[in-house]
Write a protein that binds this ligand. Structure first.
Ligand SMILES: [Zn+2]
Length: 340
């Protein structure tokens, strides 16, 4: 991340008007109610979860499992001893004590004081956390769990004194890009900053295995939007002045939980806008669902774009050039980083 292109980070606290406070708190309560829902009954013989705390989502199509080339293996076996050998250092990789401090662009929202807390610390996850994570069902829940467990402190709030659900209701107020920033910090604190990653070259005539080392603190730069974070923003639409807030990670989780295989992207757009829009011409819309459906497609698209443009962004794709000259572009699956 270059200092010359990055606007100075927003440094809180920011006071929040009561209406958004009520709105955010409503989202928190809905989220808490959802969390409190009883778990589906399980037969007593069913194991509680996978042995690892890390769910294994199906590999995305970009990641072809590496198929060793039998001819290449043969030629290496035939090569004289000492050929093609890379000197290996005997020194163990001893990472320096990691920097656990984190500064978020907008931060965790404390509803009781109506402030955003931007500065804090993450911590290394331990076996107790691993057991807690193993009980979470979906990859999305697991990711939110890593973020909630991994924060040690934000502002003057000591997360070690909070229950998991309390911590989750606070981290649910983060912006989705901030969630990612916390996740990268936590996996760095837990497993160190470097990951050796293997991929297969996507050039059909090559197919070589590419090995690379990621350095998490520098390989995933954050792009921050220009300007300060505000509790709410205004958007001029053909139906008047729309006041909206940014979509939080709890909103995203709720949208994900609501969606089914038959949910269309237009329905997802409507659901996201219902969460985001808090007033029209200064008054809360009487029927938010009808209002977002009555908006023109042009207004809906423009509003979604401006909402997205205010989010901090982290590029999780990797560009790797193979020795064959082919430029490979991979999208990194998040659990790939949750290991030494
Ligand atoms: Zn290649």
């Amino acid at each position: 991340m270059s200092d010359t292109t990055t606007p100075p980070p927003f440094t809180g606290p920011t006071s929040v008007p009561p209406e958004i406070d009520a709105f955010l708190r409503g989202a928190d309560e809905a989220h808490a109610a959802q969390q409190a829902a009883p778990a589906a009954p399980r037969p007593s013989w069913e194991p509680l979860g996978p042995p690892s705390s890390m769910p294994q989502p199906p590999p995305p199509p970009e990641f072809q499992p590496y198929q060793p080339d039998p001819y290449e293996a043969q030629s290496i076996a035939d090569a004289p001893v000492g050929a093609n050998q890379v000197p290996v250092s005997d020194e163990p990789r001893m990472p320096a004590a990691p920097d656990l401090s984190i500064e978020l662009p907008r931060g965790v929202y404390d509803a009781t004081r109506r402030v955003f807390l931007t500065k804090g610390y993450v911590r290394e996850l331990d076996g107790e956390d691993e057991e807690a994570l193993a009980k979470l069902r979906t990859p999305a829940e697991w990711f939110d769990g890593v973020v909630a467990l991994g924060i040690a402190r934000m502002g003057d709030i000591d997360f070690n004194q909070l229950s998991f659900e309390q911590a989750k209701s606070l981290t649910g107020t983060l912006l989705p890009g901030e969630d990612m920033m916390v996740y990268l910090k936590v996996v760095t604190a837990t497993f160190g900053p470097d990951r050796d990653i293997k991929y297969q070259c996507q050039n059909a005539r090559c197919g070589r295995e590419i090995e690379t080392t990621l350095h998490i603190p520098t390989d995933f730069p954050v792009v921050l939007p220009e300007g300060d974070y505000l509790p709410t923003y205004d958007f001029p639409s053909s139906k008047g002045r729309i006041t909206y807030r940014l979509v939080t990670s709890a909103d995203e989780a709720a949208l994900l939980a609501q969606s089914t295989e038959t949910t269309t992207s237009a329905e997802m757009t409507s659901a996201a806008l219902v969460k985001s829009i808090i007033a029209v011409n200064g008054l809360p819309p009487q029927d938010p669902e009808s209002f977002v459906r009555s908006l023109s497609i042009r207004d809906r698209q423009a509003l979604l774009e401006v909402i997205a443009s205010r989010q901090p962004k982290i590029d999780m794709s990797l560009s790797i050039e193979c020795v064959c000259g082919f430029h490979n572009r991979f999208l990194l699956a998040l659990p790939e980083l949750f290991r030494p």
